[in-house]
Design a binder for this molecule. Structure first.
Ligand code: SF4
Length: 299
């Protein structure tokens, strides 16, 4: 229990400082936060096999090479670390194909579906938008299936910057738990794990730079457009809507009600800069963006 108490102390201090921003940003999708940290730690203590699937925004969370961050996550007791960017590659392929199909069928436009706050908001407050939202799974959805295939006897823990993923995970039988970057950092603090001095856990670079780019605003749209170009498909004009403030929600509502939009493909992210500025990031947003760009350049 000593370990759990240490982590609890770290979480309490950090929550006081950070929860307000997180709750405020998640409010658009009516998400509330119930931590699963202790469920995960308890299972790890009991020797259950757990696999971490880590969102691409991790590249910007520490002033350290990403392999060291993965090493620190592994040091908590995870069996393996799998990049959600691998799942993003499936999202790119499927969303690109779906976009082409919808356009051929005469649909006026299609929005992305990987931000659960956006999907939740649209379902609750803009019902006319439902037919325009992509039905493609999010990177977490596909990454969890990659993890379950590789480790059929393991529990899958998604680690990312987003409290809204908890709700998405409740509908996904392949995601057992969700933890945020804030929470994972509290565990590092509680266990005395120093990212800078931890042994790296190298992961083969099997996912593309575009797939990691999902973490920043414009990344999903750019990746799908690149996929179409690479496959000699006709290009599709896109626009990007990040920050679901009143003005942007009104704009999206108008597109849905009129069935007309300025572009055929609309990337929608609830957070202003995309997931890299998500509600439960560990790093400060500007520093996170700089570090993300540095790590992304290695991919
Ligand atoms: S932009 Fe990313 S971090 Fe923000 S709510 Fe959407 S999925 Fe979560």
């Amino acid at each position: 229990m000593h370990l759990l108490r240490q982590v609890h102390q770290q979480l309490s201090v950090r929550s006081d400082l950070r929860n307000f921003a997180g709750v405020r940003r998640a409010a658009a999708g009516a998400i509330f936060e119930i931590s699963q940290v202790f469920d995960v730690l308890q299972r790890l203590r009991e020797g259950e096999k757990m696999v971490a699937v880590v969102a691409p925004a991790i590249l910007g969370q520490y002033n350290a090479p990403t392999e060291k961050v993965y090493g620190a996550i592994k040091a908590i007791g995870f069996e393996d670390v799998i990049e959600v960017a691998q799942g993003a590659m499936e999202t790119i392929r499927n969303e690109g194909a779906e976009l082409e199909e919808k356009i051929e069928e005469g649909q006026a436009f299609m929005t992305t579906s990987c931000c659960p706050s956006w999907v939740e908001l649209a379902n609750k407050h803009i019902p006319e938008m439902k037919p325009f939202i992509s039905s493609t799974g999010s990177p977490m959805y596909y990454a969890a299936r990659i993890a379950k295939e590789k480790h059929p006897d393991a529990q899958v823990v998604f680690i990312g910057p987003c409290v809204a993923k908890r709700k998405e995970a409740r509908r996904d039988e392949c995601v057992d738990f969700v933890m945020t970057f804030e929470e994972i950092n509290s565990i590092f603090d509680g266990l005395g794990i120093e990212v800078a001095t931890t042994d790296p856990f190298p992961i083969p670079f099997v996912s593309t730079r575009a797939a990691h780019g999902f973490a920043q605003a414009g990344g999903v749209m750019g990746a799908v457009q690149l996929f179409l170009t690479d496959n000699n498909r006709p290009q599709v004009e896109g626009i990007q809507v990040s920050n679901l403030n009143k003005k942007n929600v009104s704009l999206l509502r108008a597109y849905a009600k009129s069935g007309k939009a300025p572009a055929k493909f609309i990337e929608v992210m609830a957070c202003e800069g995309g997931c890299i500025t998500g509600p439960s990031t560990h790093n400060l947003h500007d520093a996170g963006k700089r570090q993300f760009a540095k790590e992304l350049a290695k991919r």
